[in-house]
Write a protein that binds this ligand. Structure first.
Ligand SMILES: NC(=O)c1ccc[n+]([C@@H]2O[C@H](COP(=O)([O-])OP(=O)(O)OC[C@H]3O[C@@H](n4cnc5c(N)ncnc54)[C@H](OP(=O)(O)O)[C@@H]3O)[C@@H](O)[C@H]2O)c1
Length: 237
């Protein structure tokens, strides 16, 4: 999919990977970029191709309004996400588990259901998951469950949209150097590396993009011996 002259919509565009997506799309010649943010005052772009859109992806009516406003979108980047860094049992209540599922799974599904009906053939959707969609780190088990749910949902959406000529790409990075991973130890991927890998997949037939050595090694390990990989991560509790 050529990026020059495309019309893109990026969720969570005010910081981190989302902000980096917007810059890369603008630099690649996008005609227009809708920048979704819960607080549009936090958007830091000075380019008249940017259309700020107030958007909480868990708010169904806001999502519907965004889809109506941005009905010319042909590239949807579902970047917004949340990690509460909570284990499954030791968490004091169910709030983190519910919120992560609400944002990472239902919010992403909400966006796709609102935008996909108007997409012409040749459009594409890029969903930001994580390598933790494929394995469980016990210290953030509820995040892993929500990303796994989102990855499974994406496989269903991909199958449903394929006959209409719409690509759906899953991006599974390791740790990225943004606010979300502020307290994690290195190594962490620069956001730009994730964005470049995600957008390059639009030019080939890759459905799942594993970004960085950590994600690629885990994916290869899962293919060889899923039990061994999961056991070694279970030992990190
Ligand atoms: N950082 C990592 O190590 C890492 C690794 C693998 C995958 N990822 C995934 O990469 C994506 C981008 O993360 P990041 O590293 O850029 O994190 P980040 O710096 O924490 O940014 C998260 C973005 O998502 C937005 N967001 C959260 N909940 C939202 C909601 N309900 N509606 C709309 N926007 C919402 C945030 O908006 P506010 O500013 O309003 O909070 C913010 O713009 C996420 O899907 C994340 O799960 C991150």
């Amino acid at each position: 999919m050529p990026l020059d002259n495309c019309v893109a919509f990026v969720t969570g565009a005010n910081r981190g990977v989302g902000e980096c997506f917007v810059h890369m799309l603008l630099n690649s010649g996008a005609k227009k970029v809708y920048a979704g943010a819960r607080n549009i005052d936090a958007l830091r772009f000075a380019d008249d191709r940017i259309v700020p859109v107030e958007l909480d992806i868990t708010d169904e009516s806001q999502v519907k309004q965004a889809a109506a406003l941005a009905s010319d979108t042909t590239l949807l980047i579902n970047n917004a996400g949340l990690n509460c860094v909570e284990p499954a049992l030791a968490a004091s209540d169910m709030n983190a588990a519910r919120t992560e599922m609400e944002v990472n799974y239902f919010g992403t599904l909400n966006m796709i259901r609102a935008f996909a009906p108007a997409f012409p053939a040749g459009s594409a959707i890029v969903n930001l998951h994580s390598i933790l969609a494929r394995v469980t780190l016990p210290s953030m088990a509820s995040l892993c469950a929500s990303k796994a749910a989102s990855l499974r949902m994406t496989e269903g959406v991909r199958a449903e949209l394929k006959p209409r000529g719409i690509r759906v790409i899953s991006v599974l990075p390791g740790a990225i150097d943004t606010d979300m991973s502020r307290d994690f130890p290195p190594p962490k991927l620069p956001a730009i590396e994730v964005v470049k890998a995600a957008l390059s997949a639009l030019d080939d037939d890759t459905n799942e993009v594993y970004v960085g050595a950590m994600a690629q090694e885990i994916a290869a390990g899962l293919a060889r011996d899923r039990h061994a990989i999961q056991s070694s991560l279970a030992g990190t509790i």
